[in-house]
Design a protein. Structure first.
Lengths: 224, 398
């Protein structure tokens, strides 16, 4: 089953009077449970593609289909609900809430979703990502790697079908980065979650099932 | 909005307030002191207005005054009028008075004043002048050729007004009545009420005055004290309806008609101070709250990224600011109550009498509503703008 499909995806940003075309017609397909790495040079359109697939932004032209649902006609409210129920995000800069403890960061999407036993499940997720004894710490009391693990646990909170990671290891040392990508791999294999990870680190790319390479807003390579 | 959305909004708002205690405490304190400031000055002015008005009916007019018919000098058959009035419900006391223009001779001085002939006992039931004797004693029903001096007169008779020296108790002053009769009176007491009209009068026994002027059973005015001040208008209406008197009936505020201009002036001053203060404070609070919310654009973007809808986010910030404002109002009210309590037991000493600040319930409600609506507006606007902007732009901090 195809989890993610883009058709002629274009995105143009207006930076003052200058128009920058970040994506120039991207067509990709990602199967359910696939772990895909998106690579390319800086400015090739990787993050833009991820943002469009994750419904954080709207394309200038073209479509994003998630589980065969055309998302171009969805209202903002419907897109928010789709993000809550089906999509988990892991950002380069973690984007955790400083005012919430690790466990509360993980609980928040579950409380919004109305899940019962949110605290218990958050504890389990933190244990899964290796933060069993750090659940009561605030993000500022955790290392970069630990914060990213909290972010992964939060992304998995509502059992999403799609996990989007935008340079999740960009701020981590190589050892921690490798262990995180291994974690992604386990999640993909064990939970059947489709994962799209933006990275330009060659060593991490090799752990993915497939690589999509972008250049100047176009897909130039898509394969094992 | 679903229950789950509300729960999540409350969860985040509560944790955010707990974690940022210092900053939110600052907002609470600003709201509290703004609230107290906006209400305390008007409370002082209201207290001043109350004291001003109370000085009229507590020491001068009581609640209702019956005056002679137009063109007449006296109310006739006062004893019968008193009986009729006593039969009316709500009456606490009645006191007839004679107002006599006199000249006082004391040593080399002679000054024209107003003398009031009063029934000491009856007067003590309708006004509180008995409690304002600052030297000597109040008159008795048997007082003859004894006089109570208002402080202003006791001062003026011995020297320059305001130098603090007063006529000695027991000294004799001579009163020259309109009919030419001269009589010596012994100073029995001095009273100071803060009402310039009363402090500028002298008081003698009514019977003494009537016999001197040879006018029995007549009065220049009859004052009535009611059980409740609030019943003044109704009582006056009933009095006129029943035709109990041919005299002119006036409420205390009609008698001292100029007080209405003062009261209006006080109200205008209070209103101006409130509006000016509220506007200034509202702008300050709005700016602080706006900046606080504006700084959370990135957090708003993260909330949206993990699935919060714009309306869910709005609820978070509305809950936060409402909690802060409510706590601020409670703290402000507590502080204000402490101030009012303090000044109730330690009134501000004024020449017109003790001043106790009075809180206006309507103003409390108005100021609370103003602070809440200003804060909400300052919150809703940036949250609305951030919610409508692209999540990506907000995440980048643009």
């Amino acid at each position: 089953m195809i989890a993610v499909k883009t058709q002629g995806l274009e995105k143009t940003y207006e930076l003052g009077k200058v128009k920058v075309q970040a994506l120039k017609g991207v067509d990709i397909e990602v199967n359910k449970g696939e772990f895909v790495a998106i690579t390319g040079a800086s400015g090739s359109g990787k993050t833009t593609l991820l943002n469009l697939i994750g419904l954080l932004d709207r394309p200038t032209r073209g479509k994003v289909l998630l589980w065969d649902v055309d998302t171009s006609h969805l209202t903002e409210s419907e897109r928010a609900r789709m993000r809550l129920r089906g999509i988990g995000f892991v950002f380069q800069f973690f984007n955790l809430f400083d005012e919430l403890r690790a466990i509360e960061n993980v609980m928040l999407p579950m409380v919004l979703f109305g899940k019962k036993d949110a605290r218990k499940r958050a504890r389990e997720l933190l244990s899964t990502v290796g933060l069993k004894n750090l659940e009561l710490r605030y993000p500022s009391e955790l290392s970069g790697g630990e914060q990213q693990r909290v972010a992964i646990a939060r992304a998995l909170a509502n059992e999403p079908d799609l996990l989007l990671a935008d340079e999740p290891t960009g701020n981590l040392d190589s050892g921690t980065a490798l262990s995180l990508v291994e974690l992604f791999r386990e999640i993909s294999q064990n939970l059947g979650v489709t994962i799209l990870m933006v990275t330009h680190e060659i060593e991490l790319v090799s752990r993915a099932d497939r690589v999509i390479k972008l250049k100047d807003g176009l897909v130039v390579e898509s394969g094992q | 909005m679903s229950v789950d959305s509300f729960k999540a909004a409350l969860f985040y708002a509560y944790k955010d307030i707990l974690k940022n205690k210092k900053f939110f405490s600052l907002i609470i304190l600003i709201i509290a002191f703004t609230f107290a400031n906006l209400l305390f000055i008007p409370a002082i002015i209201d207290g001043k207005k109350y004291r001003f008005e109370a000085n009229i009916y507590e020491f001068q007019t009581s609640h209702i005054v019956i005056l002679p018919e137009e063109g007449e000098e006296f109310i006739e058959n006062v004893a019968q009028l008193e009986k009729k009035l006593f039969n009316m419900p709500g009456v606490e006391g009645i006191s007839p008075r004679l107002t006599i223009p006199i000249t006082i001779l004391y040593k080399e001085k002679y000054i024209s004043y107003i003398a009031k002939g009063i029934h000491p006992d009856k007067e003590s039931r309708i006004t509180d002048i008995v409690s304002k004797i600052v030297a000597g004693n109040y008159l008795t029903e048997r007082s003859r050729e004894e006089i109570l001096l208002g402080r202003k007169i006791a001062d003026e008779l011995v020297g320059t007004s305001g130098d603090g020296k007063l006529v000695e108790l027991g000294e004799k002053v001579t009163l020259v009545f309109p009919n030419g009769v001269r009589k010596e009176y012994k100073v029995k007491g001095i009273l100071s009420t803060g009402n310039p009209e009363v402090d500028g009068s002298v008081f003698i026994n009514l019977n003494d005055a009537q016999s001197t002027l040879e006018i029995g059973n007549k009065a220049s005015e009859v004052s009535i004290r009611l059980n409740r001040l609030e019943d003044t208008t109704t009582f006056k209406f009933n009095l006129l309806k029943l035709g109990i008197t041919d005299g002119e009936v006036k409420s205390w505020s009609e008698y001292a008609y100029w007080i209405q201009d003062y009261s209006k002036a006080f109200e205008v001053i209070t209103r101006i101070i409130s509006i000016a203060g509220a506007t200034a404070s509202g702008v300050v609070i709005a700016i602080i709250v706006y900046i606080n919310t504006e700084q959370k654009k990135r957090k708003i973007a993260i909330l949206r990224a993990i699935g919060f809808r714009s309306e869910d986010i709005m609820i978070i910030f509305i809950l936060e600011i409402t909690i802060l404002v409510v706590i601020g109002l409670i703290v402000g009210y507590s502080f204000l109550s402490f101030l009012i309590g303090y000044f109730s037991t330690n009134p501000i000493k004024m020449p017109t009498g003790d001043l106790i600040p009075i809180l206006d319930t309507k103003l409390i409600f108005e100021v609370s509503l103003l602070l809440l609506s200003t804060s909400l507006l300052a919150t809703i606007l940036p949250v609305y703008i951030a919610s409508k902007r692209s999540i990506v732009e907000n995440l980048r901090g643009e």
